[in-house]
Design a protein around this ligand. Structure first.
Ligand SMILES: Nc1ncnc2c1ncn2[C@@H]1O[C@H](COP(=O)(O)OP(=O)(O)OP(=O)(O)O)[C@@H](O)[C@H]1O
Length: 630
């Protein structure tokens, strides 16, 4: 029978190279991966057979069989699941369809700690190459007649050709590497199965082919696992280790879960669930096509791992299983869309998970921060996706702020508000360090008023929909008046005394001059309450779009206009004082125009923008510097 040789997709070759040379100490996880795939293959067929019973009627009992051949030094894992045809073998074992793979692979290659990154990626089938120098896959798809054989030494290419296979399903034969003989030993395999795959709800059986001389001795299949769905057992029957291993299986992950919740809901609707929040962030958490990892079962039968209605997108870090009693077994994927029962389950899960998080945040604040650092930005998406949960979600949010070294909650912020302070102040942008140096927060710092520092991309979006928390409104320090005069703070009396000394007339003349000079470029020029050290800054007028939000939307081409800003000048700054007296003297000499323009460009630079016209900026700068030297 003819055989064809094909090349692996470049990413697969790179991954195989990493896997084969990895020093990953847990090589035994290859078996967990292959058994996991075999169990998924049985689940898929069981689901298809709900509407097409013929697919499995000749062999209705699922099983996963392990056989070792000590002479050939092989280990074979066989299942009677859905199987793969030629195209599926090529696609599934020759390519990686997951988005973001290429970028992740480069990270893995360049990282000193590639072994840990393997855990984040989930190498699945390819983990077989940790222990084998050649892998052969024989598969026949349920409902098809032709069997196919796939072979590869994992070095760039694989062969594929027809083969005889009498039964449906997949057999994977590993030709064990010279130093990996332990994976052909019964005791070792029994231990691995007990540790990693006891929860698989399909019998995993073992049969050793005896050495030539004892072939007649007679062999029996022995079942190695408990083979009952773990979420159907009562909590007291399941050990922590078993939960953990089930999590590894269902999440295709290697880390420890941060939280697990095993529950049963009774009453009008009945469903049980076993949900996990991972301990670490998957590499593609923010990829647009990323889906949640909760599988839907109906009365112990797997239905789908792609039911988007089951979990809101902002909880997409959840992994696990939901098993309902109330849906018909033969429900089609289309019927799952817009299904009222699923909506109820989704809302129940959402409340349960938010409740668990709240409890954790209250009782184990430090542990909660570990979760927040991994998944906080995802949870915040709920603030604009699910307004019904807004209050609960805001309670769960943690923030950086100019006064705190760690994270604070909104309740902490409100508790620390100053007398007369009405708003929750924040500054938002892309770069935390730059935000902390922004001129707009100088006055707040001076008055010891805290300002939240928001720098997750998602912050800009929820800030446009959420206006307040527990009666206190959010206010950007880069928009509108700062209202600092109303708030009593450490330096307020001193400020008042100082403001009396200011020469109001001179300042008024300077403001008038600048407004006239910069007309058309800025919306207004005002004396600033919020500056203490810097001479100038830009702010958005009340009702205008926040400066940073507008920049982000412009970069996504969602707005094309640039709003005119208000230029604030610091009346206490030495330069401003000097300019004020010069204006008074010369009545706004034309050479001061250069200074007005330079101040505007300076404010733009502080915002991370470029001067409006670099050449003119340079000429003005040279003229002013030249005068300073003469
Ligand atoms: N025993 C099997 N029977 C049928 N299909 C299989 C089997 N093993 C693997 N496959 C197919 O090959 C695909 C790739 O498997 P692989 O283990 O590499 O990744 P995965 O299981 O999709 O995800 P992960 O990398 O997270 O484990 C599977 O999604 C499945 O479609």
């Amino acid at each position: 029978m003819s055989e064809e040789q094909l090349s692996f997709q470049a990413e697969v070759s790179r991954l195989l190279d990493i896997v084969a040379h990895s020093l990953y100490s847990n090589k035994e996880i290859f078996l967990r991966e292959l058994i996991s795939n075999a169990s998924d293959a049985c689940d898929k067929l069981r689901y298809l057979a709900l509407t097409n019973g013929d697919l499995m009627k000749d062999d209705p009992d699922f099983r996963i069989d392990l056989e070792v051949n000590p002479d050939a030094k092989t280990l074979t894992i066989s299942d009677n699941g859905i199987g793969m045809n030629r195209e599926e073998l090529i696609d599934n074992l020759g390519t990686i369809a997951r988005s973001g793979t290429s970028a992740f692979m480069s990270q893995m290659e360049n990282s000193k700690d590639g072994n840990n990154l393997i855990g984040q990626f989930g190498v699945g089938f390819y983990s077989a190459y940790m222990v084998s120098d050649k892998v052969s896959v024989i598969s026949r798809k349920a409902g098809e007649e032709q069997g196919w054989k796939w072979d590869s030494d994992g070095k760039g290419a694989f062969t594929i050709g027809e083969t005889d296979k009498q039964t449906r399903g997949t057999s994977i034969t590993l030709h064990l590497k010279e130093d990996q003989g332990e994976f052909g030993e019964e005791l070792r395999l029994r231990n691995i199965i007990k540790t990693y795959s006891d929860h698989i709800p399909i019998p995993i059986r073992f049969k050793a082919v005896k050495k030539d001389e004892d072939k007649e001795a007679g062999e029996e299949w022995a079942t190695l696992n408990s083979a009952s769905a773990i979420w159907t057992r009562s909590k007291s029957e399941v050990t922590d280790e078993q939960y953990k291993e089930f999590y590894h299986h269902v999440a295709h992950a290697y880390d420890d879960p941060w939280l697990q919740e095993h529950f049963r809901v009774e009453g009008v609707h009945e469903y049980s669930g076993l949900l996990f929040i991972p301990g670490s962030k998957p590499f593609d958490l923010f990829h647009p096509e990323r889906k949640h990892g909760v599988k839907l079962y109906v009365r112990r039968v797997f239905i789908t791992d792609d039911c988007q209605e089951l979990i809101p997108p902002y909880l997409r870090f959840l992994k696990g299983v939901i098993d309902t009693e109330d849906l018909p077994l033969n429900i089609s994927r289309e019927m799952l869309q817009d299904n009222p029962l699923l909506r109820k389950i989704r809302s129940g899960i959402t409340k349960r998970v938010l409740g668990l998080l709240e409890k954790k945040a209250e009782k184990e604040a430090e542990e909660y921060i570990k979760f927040w650092e991994q998944f906080g930005p995802v949870l915040k998406e709920g603030l604009y996706e699910d307004l019904a949960q807004k209050d609960d979600l805001l309670k769960l949010c943690r923030f950086r702020s100019i006064k705190s070294d760690g994270w604070i909650s909104l309740a902490d912020y409100i508790a620390g508000m100053k007398e007369g302070q009405e708003h929750i102040y924040y500054i938002s942008g892309e770069d935390e360090k730059a935000l902390r140096r922004s001129p707009q927060i100088e006055g707040f710092k001076a008055k010891d008023i805290d300002v939240l520092v928001l720098f997750d991309p998602v912050d800009e979006f929820w800030m446009t929909t959420i206006t307040d928390f527990e009666g206190k409104s959010f206010k950007s320090v880069t928009r509108g008046g700062a209202d600092l005069g109303k708030i009593s703070g450490a330096k307020s009396d001193e400020d008042k005394a100082e403001s009396k000394d200011e020469n109001k007339d001179e300042l008024g003349a300077l403001l008038g001059f600048m407004k006239l000079t910069l007309e058309g470029e800025v919306k207004d020029v005002r004396s600033s309450e919020r500056l203490t050290d810097s001479a100038v800054c830009l702010v958005a007028d009340d009702g205008d779009m926040d400066i940073h939000l507008e920049r982000i939307l412009r970069s996504h081409k969602q707005v094309d206009q640039i709003s005119k800003r208000v230029l604030e000048i610091n009346p206490k700054h030495a330069l401003v004082k000097q300019l004020s007296s010069l204006i008074k003297k010369d009545g706004g000499a034309s050479e001061l125009e250069d200074v007005a323009w330079l101040l505007l460009d300076q404010a733009r630079i502080l915002e991370g923008q470029a001067p409006a016209d670099a050449a003119t900026f340079a000429q003005r700068m040279s003229r002013v510097m030249g005068k300073g030297l003469i």
